[in-house]
Ligand binder design. Sequence first.
Ligand SMILES: Nc1ncnc2c1ncn2[C@@H]1O[C@H](COP(=O)(O)OP(=O)(O)OP(=O)(O)O)[C@@H](O)[C@H]1O
Ligand SMILES: [Mg+2]
Length: 506
Amino acid sequence: MTAAADLLSVRGISKSFPGVRALQGIDLRLRSGEVLALLGENGAGKSTLLKILAGALQPDQGTIEVLGQPLRATSPRAAQRAGIGVIYQEFNLVPALTARENIFLGQESSRLGLLRIGDERRRAERLFERIGVRIDPEALVRGLTVAQQQVVEIAKALAFSARILVMDEPSAALSPREVQGLFGIIGELRAQGIGVIYVSHRLSEIFAIADRVMVLRDGQHVGTQPIGRLTRERVIEMMVGRSLDQEFPHRPGPIDPHPTGPPRIGPPRLVVEHLVRGQAVRDVSFEVRRGEILALTGLIGAGRTETARLIFGADRRERGTIRLDGRELTIRHPRQAIAAGICLLNEDRKSQGLVLKQSVQENFGLPNLARFSRLGVLSPRRERAALRGYIDQLRIKLADPRQRIANLSGGNQQKVVLARWLQRHAEVVIFDEPTRGIDVGAKYEIYLLMHRLADQGKAILMISSELPEVLGMADRILVMHEGRITGEIRDVAGATQEQIMDLAVA
Ligand SMILES: Nc1ncnc2c1ncn2[C@@H]1O[C@H](COP(=O)(O)OP(=O)(O)OP(=O)(O)O)[C@@H](O)[C@H]1O
Ligand SMILES: [Mg+2]
């Protein structure tokens, strides 16, 4: 061992689950002050590798060294003691405790009572200072934004003297501005010599933050390269194993008529007027036309998801009307929205009611939805065929449709949710962050599906925080801020990300 020993050195890690070889002979090195991006399609093995580093999973084979010292016991405590801090996508914070209590949870202290609290508060303040973010240590975690909760998680890892920070899709629940904040934090930590492993499906982030990029495909190490030697196209090619000419499928502009037949975008189908719910949605009106993809963007908390939930009947609106094809709808419950032909696909796997101990097939079928929907109820045989079709099209990675959905990777669970809704025929389809956590190849397939739905004359409302996606997919863009629509962009081809951001903070 020399002074220049790697911060982290992983050799020959393999891990299998029934029916899958999740990791095969993986090597990885991380240096002090470096950001290593870990990329790969859904199910490639990224989270499995991180869980092994965190001591939460036992590898079948392989070794891990921190600063030249082998990590013998693989347990969460041993990993923590060795200086590996892990931030999972679903945080491990206790909402009813304060930031300070969460940071020091599980740490022994020789001091008692007030002395201990005062001590911890000062340490928490110092940690937040080190990260460069102001948070009141005595604030309840429940009341913090997702970005602030993430900062608390990072502070918690640093309180355990982490020198290696491992982050699994840390930006997935953050708005563009908050992602910038996170990058600032990572910059600070890297200057302090901390090494970071960063997982994300957003390539623009990788080019903004990573020093090196490591790509996994089907559990195998495809390659690791300094970022300077890579292009977006090359990274995609490494991930999906073939080149993808474009990230967004082409579609004629909204004013170009089809070579034959009527213009692509027709009369208004969904018309909402004066929607109100508390401070979240304050007098929102807009329309979505036949064949149109309308993007609704803005910062997290701007009221976009809340607006979608009112249209879908998931929350009760205080005021406002919803019309479809000129007919006013009574929507007080999602079942009424579904019956009227409106469906909502959102990104939150938990609220989608995935039944984790049931199989993929059972989750896809979702009988309790079919019960109150006259739309798209399939026979079991046709349902299986439909599922097979989606497994193919969206490249859902699984060993068997009868396996438990809990054992699918995060992105693949997401794809099943999407497939479940896509098979139900609706006239208005609301996508809430449709591609969050989804790999680049499957994103393209989802975009194609959205085009196909629009071409069938449906009205598509797409909520997205990913500005490239908004610019690449929308016929028209609405921007929300603090419960109101603050801007509309009709000339999407001429629009820029900066223009949208300006409207979003208006
Ligand atoms: N507990 C488990 N039991 C069975 N199979 C599992 C289990 N955990 C993971 N797998 C499988 O291992 C493979 C790798 O999964 P992993 O979660 O590491 O993927 P990932 O790269 O993180 O994907 P994503 O981008 O979707 O999060 C997948 O095929 C997954 O289904
Ligand atoms: Mg994962």
